[in-house]
Design a protein around this ligand. Structure first.
Ligand code: ZN
Length: 72
């Protein structure tokens, strides 16, 4: 069971949750109980992980609008 990082869209709380990906829509914020939570990718660029394996520098220089981890 993977440890995933989430952020609450209501109060902004970040938290870790042990959850199967099939149960991600059942995750709720431990602070306010909101179901408006989204996954965040700490440290690594999601598209970087999918794409160039030799590019370990995140997504600098490329568009990464869907990446919450590196902010680019
Ligand atoms: Zn919350």
């Amino acid at each position: 069971m993977p440890l995933l990082d989430f952020q609450c869209g209501k109060c902004g709380n970040k938290f870790d949750e042990l959850v199967y990906t099939s149960q991600m829509d059942k995750v709720t914020c431990p602070e306010c109980g909101s179901r408006d939570v989204k996954r965040v990718y700490e440290g690594k660029c999601y598209f970087g992980m999918l794409g160039g394996l030799s590019d370990s520098g995140g997504c600098s220089g490329r568009s990464c609008s869907g990446c919450s981890g590196c902010g680019h």
